[in-house]
Design a protein around this ligand. Structure first.
Ligand code: SF4
Length: 436
């Protein structure tokens, strides 16, 4: 059976660099956007057309192998995600070019989830309408806070009223799948201020909410200010309280947590009906009864995705890889791209600078680390056996027993998952599954 792939396309441009951000993104380089789009189309062609010819594209996961005869065809794609950076800085014309390249070289499934990350300050009614026409069906807005002081501290370019407008315009444009991203545990943020942000965001009725604790990263202004004592450090106990309150509040307001940092609303009956047409692949790939992010589920289930663009990461054909970070170098590498050179080297494009072929044990460890992020689904012992041909407990029995005794993991109907206390200590739990 052919696995369904995901495409991640990185758009590394921002109007302004936020003070806490350590993503691979650059302000003031918008002049290179046309050349970047051209390079991205070349990379799509390089990876897509090489897989059409290359037998090395055969996936090796038991249960999801492709037959040798199938390599003649384009890879089926179930989700596409444009992340950044600020993908909403590209024009509809840029996206038309990129979509044309994708459709030429990949088999995009009719019900594919196609998401764009956007800054609420860059949306407009016309822009959103055009995106919908081009084929986007999900938008993820980086809201972070509804509080003006907090937004200024984060150096965001938008206001809360921009968020309200962006959501309204998105609905009018026909988007019925919106995510709003939040950050909690900000310096000097009170529980009451956080609660107000969450209540306002929930009032906008997005289908999906993500919430991440602020981390002070090296090399960012926030990291430097904190080291010099100029920025009060976030209080970890208060951040934990904010997280627990959020989960409690959302669970009473129609949102179910399905991943450590993600909550989704259920679909109503008409929305579920639409999914019936899609059941054949949806039963394996995503949960059709809610607005869980299917693209991110692909990562958390440790299934293959192709990373395209400067600094993008990918995992396909058993290989983890990453592309060159700098925009100019990325464009240069793609200008001289020769598809025939990479035909035997799939999934690496000329932009790849790092790659590593996973051992079966590394694939298992990564499946545990990503799968345990899924708070309801967890890691199924049956699916683990089907994929790797060994029992989950034969590989990790001792570790699992220890973590179950500590009340950090639990078994439920053959699935291993984090307990509520385990969710607060997720990183420590995941570390237990890295190598021996
Ligand atoms: S908009 Fe997003 S990607 Fe850009 S600098 Fe701010 S946090 Fe980073």
């Amino acid at each position: 059976m052919t696995p369904t792939y995901s495409l991640y396309l990185h758009i590394p441009f921002c109007a302004h660099r936020c003070a806490y951000c350590d993503f691979n993104t650059y302000a003031g380089q918008e002049g290179t956007i046309p050349a970047y789009v051209q390079a991205l189309c070349s990379e799509i062609q390089a990876v897509g057309s090489s897989v059409e010819r290359s037998a090395s594209a055969v996936e090796t996961h038991p249960g999801v192998e492709r037959s040798a005869s199938a390599v003649e065809t384009r890879l089926p794609v179930g989700t596409i995600f444009f992340g950044g950076g600020t993908p909403s800085l590209l024009t509809p014309a840029h996206y038309r070019d990129i979509f044309q390249a994708i459709h030429r070289h990949f088999d995009v499934l009719p019900e594919a989830e196609i998401s764009l990350e956007a800054n609420p300050g860059t949306a407009s009614p016309d822009y959103l309408r055009e995106l919908r026409e081009i084929g986007f069906n999900r938008i993820s807005y980086g809201v972070q806070s509804a509080n003006p002081t907090e937004l200024r501290m984060l150096e965001r370019i938008h206001t809360y009223s921009d968020v309200v407008d962006a959501v309204r315009w998105s609905r009018s444009a026909g988007f019925n799948n919106l995510n709003l991203d939040l950050i909690y545990g900000l310096p000097e943020q009170s529980l009451a201020a956080w609660q107000r942000t969450v209540e306002l965001i929930r009032g906008l009725r997005p289908e999906h909410i993500s919430a991440y604790a602020l981390t002070l990263e090296h090399g960012t202004p926030f990291g430097r200010w904190a080291r010099k004592g100029l920025l009060p450090l976030p209080d970890p106990d208060l951040a934990a309280e904010m997280y627990e309150w959020l989960d409690e509040y959302l669970s009473h307001n129609d949102y179910a947590q399905y991943e450590i940092s993600n909550w989704a609303r259920s679909k109503d009956e008409s929305e579920k009906m639409k999914d019936e047409t899609d059941r054949e692949f949806s039963s394996l790939i995503f949960h059709p009864s809610s607005f869980q992010c299917r693209h991110n589920l692909q990562y958390w289930r440790n299934l293959p995705y192709l990373g395209l663009g400067a600094g993008a990461h990918g995992y396909a054909g058993g290989v983890r890889y990453s592309n060159v970070l700098r925009i100019k170098t990325y464009i240069e590498r793609l200008k001289t791209a020769d598809c025939s050179l990479i035909a035997g080297n799939w999934p690496l494009s000329p932009a790849a600078v790092n790659h590593h072929r996973n051992s079966p044990r590394e694939d298992m460890d990564e499946t545990m680390m990503t799968g345990l992020r899924l708070t309801v689904e967890g890691v199924s012992a049956e699916a683990f056996h089907a994929r790797f041909g060994v029992e989950l407990t034969d590989i990790y029995g001792e570790k699992i027993d220890r973590l179950v005794k500590l009340n950090l993991l639990e078994w439920d109907a053959g699935c291993l998952r984090l307990t509520p206390p385990g969710r607060l200590l997720g990183n420590q739990v995941f570390m237990q599954f890295i190598g021996d």
